[in-house]
Design a protein around this ligand. Structure first.
Ligand code: NAD
Ligand code: IPM
Ligand code: MN
Length: 351
């Protein structure tokens, strides 16, 4: 039996609700694939901040670092000033653990309702840079609250940081049947960072001659995500564009309740972290309405990362089968999680 240690950060709002379902499914499937998880739960989030003023103490960060992988629910709460937990907890983890590949696959499963009239076969993955861009906190404000306030939020793009994520995206494109990579940026306006990204893609492309390379400005990319999403295979983009595009990508493939993600450290110098694309959804928290599918599918990405592809496929098949049979009647978080768990337990295949 292979044992893995899991740091679990349920977080805020619907985070704990969906994480409980994901953990249940993970433990079930592991047992059947000669693996076992020992989980340590960390009570980080709004409650802890109110009680102690802490977001992510360094000692806790170092404890978390000692695990094989991290499962996170969601962070952020209306009772906490916006940004405190998002930056102090979630981004701190992504930056400290060098999660430079934010992997966000989008696939339109059969039977899933989409707002698109002609969706086509949607199956792409966004490789979103995870440690740089406007997220780094390089900015400030002066004369705050006056008519002369000035605020900056400088996007940081390093040759090192861009190249490593671009190379990872090329490798992923090469491993997929269509072998196509689309760089999304805004190099007609953001010429400094944009040209670094474009030049880097051109340079790394010479190492991957069988990968077809394409470029889109981010505004045009949003058009094609709605009018012709089947054209995309692998998209590589910066931290902020990737954030926005992946909520749109979720919306066209069945909604935010289905979208999974991995914050991956490809060099394995620290544990990778898996979480739904969605947030803490304070509007439905505590109502048992949250769809746990995104969290469960994030568990599948976690298994794949740990070298358990068959176990991961078991989860994906169970989810696909559940989705195919979803009716109009609403189900609770626990009902959806339970239904997927029983399919995993039965090893029911799709079709
Ligand atoms: P959100 O993703 O939490 O919610 C957007 C909408 O989607 C809401 O109507 C919500 O009810 C719905 N929704 C989200 N997840 C759902 C699910 N599993 N099932 C059904 N419906 C779901 O985004 P927001 O409202 O912009 O942000 C709320 C809080 O979450 C903020 O504090 C934000 O900073 C934080 N946030 C955290 C993460 C994260 O932890 N990774 C991601 C995004 C937002
Ligand atoms: C996400 C979220 C986060 C992001 C926030 C909460 C920091 O929106 O995971 O998509 O912007 O990366
Ligand atoms: Mn987001």
């Amino acid at each position: 039996t292979r044992s893995f240690s899991l740091a679990v950060v349920p977080g805020d709002g619907i985070g704990p609700e969906v994480t409980a379902q994901a953990l249940q499914v993970l433990n079930l499937v592991a047992a059947d694939h000669d693996a076992a998880f020992s989980s340590t739960e960390y009570d980080l989030g709004a409650k802890r901040w109110h009680a102690t003023g802490e977001t992510l103490p360094d000692s806790v960060l170092e404890e978390i670092r000692g695990h094989d992988a991290i499962l996170l629910g969601a962070v952020g709460d209306p009772s906490v000033p916006s940004g405190v937990l998002e930056r102090g907890l979630l981004l701190k983890l992504r930056f400290a653990l060098d999660h430079y590949v934010n992997l966000r696959p989008s696939k339109l499963f059969p039977g899933v309702p989409t707002p698109l009239a002609n969706p086509g076969a949607i199956d792409f993955v966004v490789v979103r840079e995870g440690t740089e861009g406007p997220y780094v906190g390089n900015g400030g404000a002066i004369r705050v609250g006056t008519p002369h306030e000035l605020a900056t939020e400088v996007s940081i793009n390093t040759a090192y940081g861009v190249e490593r994520v671009v190379r990872d995206a090329f490798a992923r494109a090469q491993a997929r049947p269509r072998k196509k990579l689309t760089l999304v940026h805004k190099n007609n306006v953001l010429v400094h960072a944009g040209h670094l990204w474009t030049r880097t893609v051109d340079a790394v492309a010479t190492e991957f001659p069988d990968v077809a390379v394409d470029y889109l400005h981010v505004d045009a990319a949003t058009i094609f995500l709605v009018t012709d999403p089947a054209r995309f295979d692998v998209i590589v983009t910066d931290n902020l564009f990737g954030d926005i595009l992946t909520d749109l990508a979720a919306a066209i493939t069945g909604g935010i309740g289905l979208a999974a993600s991995g914050n991956v450290n490809p060099d394995r110098t620290a544990p990778s972290m898996f979480e739904p694309v969605h947030g803490s959804a304070p509007d439905i928290a505590g109502q048992h309405k949250a769809d746990p599918t995104a969290a469960i599918l994030s568990g599948a990405l976690l298994l794949e990362h740990l070298g358990l592809p068959e176990a991961a496929a078991r989860i994906s098949s169970a989810v696909e089968a559940d989705i195919a049979e979803r009716g109009a009647a609403p189900r609770s978080t626990e009902e959806v999680g339970g239904a997927i768990a029983s399919r995993v337990a039965e090893g029911v295949a799709v079709g």
